[in-house]
Design a protein. Structure first.
Length: 279
């Protein structure tokens, strides 16, 4: 007994496209893609960043730019620090002043003698006392004046040392900040340029990746379109097939054949006997 089956198969032209798609997919995927060529890369340090790093590490110009100034400032402290600020003309000024003082003192001393002489007391006790008192006062004033001159010079030297110390401390704070501004500016500009270089490297890598995967994306579009066609063009095909007989059917068929043969032989024998009787 024939059996009719119904199967839904794609239209012939779609089947042809499917075979073409399968061939392309097989050829495309037989070799693996070398993804190492798409590995992320890091842009190298920009020259300005290198310059900033070098400047930061340079003695006296980087993070320790304050050190030379503090070292110099330390030389302006201590008991003898004022000496380097003493005027080289200090002693000359003192000597000249004391010479002038001595001249004035001698004139005044002569004035006392002249007064005693006019009063007729020259060489007397009162003259001697007046002269001694003046000499004592003059000597005291002379020593005081000399001390004041020396103290003035010392004070000026001390003030000079203190001013120099403050200046060096100020520079110790100012100079590093100026260097830091330079370092910061170099670093910032260098970072911008490095970022630009990094963006270029990323764009190149992405372009190469897109080019490598473009065939796969194109084949993917091909497959999507083919799937749409298969859904839009269904076809019904009918097939008639003869299934293999079962063992029982085979036995029954054989039995029917044997019965037929037996019947034919038996009929032939009966016909022969009948003819013999008639004869």
């Amino acid at each position: 007994m024939a059996i009719t089956e119904s199967r839904t198969l794609p239209a012939p032209f779609i089947e042809s496209l499917g075979q073409d798609y399968g061939k392309q997919l097989t050829n495309l995927t037989k070799d693996a893609i070398d993804t190492s060529q798409f590995a992320p890369t890091v842009a190298g340090q920009d020259p300005l960043q290198t310059q900033a790093a070098t400047l930061a590490g340079t003695t006296g110009k980087g993070i320790d730019a304050f050190a030379p100034y503090l070292s110099t400032a330390a030389g302006y402290t201590g008991p003898g620090a004022y000496e380097q600020f003493m005027s080289p003309y200090q002693q000359q000024v003192i000597d000249a002043t004391m010479t002038s003082f001595d001249k004035q003192a001698a004139q005044r001393r002569r004035g006392i003698s002249d007064q005693a002489l006019t009063a007729g007391a020259y060489g007397g006790a009162r003259h001697g006392i007046a002269g001694s008192e003046y000499d004592a006062a003059s000597d005291m004033n002379r020593a005081l004046l000399q001390s004041q001159l020396q103290q003035q010079g010392y004070g000026q030297a001390q003030a000079g040392a203190a001013q120099a110390f403050q200046q060096q401390q100020g520079l110790a704070g100012l100079v590093p900040s100026l260097y830091q501004q330079d370092i910061s500016t170099l670093g910032q500009v260098g970072a911008i340029q490095q970022a630009q270089a990094q963006a270029g490297a990323d764009a190149t890598r992405e372009t190469e990746r897109m080019a490598a995967f473009e065939p796969y994306e194109r084949l993917g579009f091909y497959g999507q379109g083919l799937t749409g066609l298969m859904g839009g063009y269904p076809a019904q095909y009918n097939f008639t097939s003869m299934p293999n007989p079962t063992p029982l059917q085979t036995a029954l068929g054989a039995g029917s054949t044997m019965a037929g043969i037996y019947g034919a032989v038996k009929g032939a024998n009966a016909y022969s006997n009948l003819m013999n009787r008639i004869a």
